[in-house]
Write a protein that binds this ligand. Structure first.
Ligand code: SAH
Length: 214
């Protein structure tokens, strides 16, 4: 086996220090080469603990936020997950290490195509991706045991709650993207209604309606 990359080791130590205790999540972060998901000018920062720009004016999230959201989602190798906002594909690739299948939706075609190419390169076969408006979910594949939204919604999207199984968990940033900060929330679907837990402030690009023109 290749010697571990010291930049990856340093990142994992930082995530542990910041409170990521789930060893399976840390192992998944260790396994997915973030350098394949960032644009060429930012290659030297691939293992820094911050968000980086990707195409179409979007961003790949900070590794700490990827780890925090993945940990909060509480998945296992039998879980069927929906991700809204494929972006670079990094978060989907991390989830794919831990889940049975990841369904992921992106509204920018160029981003989706690049992400799909990365999944092929890495031989990740348990991700199904489509171009679409993720705020509407993926009714043909519902219900989902877990849903992760990686773009900021004004409110918890009701259509996504509908597509979540009872007892299922959804993790998403809620609030105005323009205001700078949103609230990361963890929603548990109950027989009647939902239970909401606040996980702290985050910064995400907005959840935008419809498929992009590009
Ligand atoms: N999970 C991504 C983060 C990407 S940033 C990663 O690991 O890289 C958020 C992404 O959500 C952007 O690519 C943006 O285009 C996408 N997005 C925003 N609104 C959307 C919507 N309604 N449906 C699908 N994707 C959306």
């Amino acid at each position: 086996m290749a010697a571990p990359d010291p930049r990856v080791i340093r990142l994992l130590m930082e995530l542990r220090r910041m409170g990521i205790a789930d060893t399976k999540v840390l192992a998944a972060i260790e396994k997915v080469p973030r350098q394949l998901f960032v644009a060429a000018p930012f290659l030297d920062q691939a293992y820094e603990n911050h968000a980086l720009p990707i195409a179409c004016g979007q961003t790949v999230s900070q590794p700490y936020i990827v780890a925090l959201m993945t940990q909060a989602l509480q998945v296992n190798d039998r879980t069927k997950v929906l991700e809204v906002g494929t972006g670079s594909g990094y978060q989907a690739a991390v989830l794919a290490q831990l889940c049975r299948r990841v369904y992921t939706i992106e509204r920018h075609k160029p981003l989706l195509k690049q992400a799909e190419e990365r999944f092929r390169t890495l031989r990740i076969h348990n991700i199904t991706s489509i171009l679409g408006d993720g705020a509407k979910g993926w009714p043909e594949q519902a219900p989902f045991e877990r849903i992760m939204v990686t773009a900021a919604a004004h409110d918890i999207p009701p259509l996504l709650v509908d597509q979540l199984q009872v007892g299922g968990i959804m993790v998403l940033p809620v609030g105005e993207a323009s205001s700078g900060e949103q609230d990361l929330v963890r929603v548990v679907k109950l027989e009647r209604g939902i239970d909401i837990q606040h996980l702290g402030p985050v910064r995400f690009v907005p959840l935008v309606e419809g498929i992009a023109e590009t």
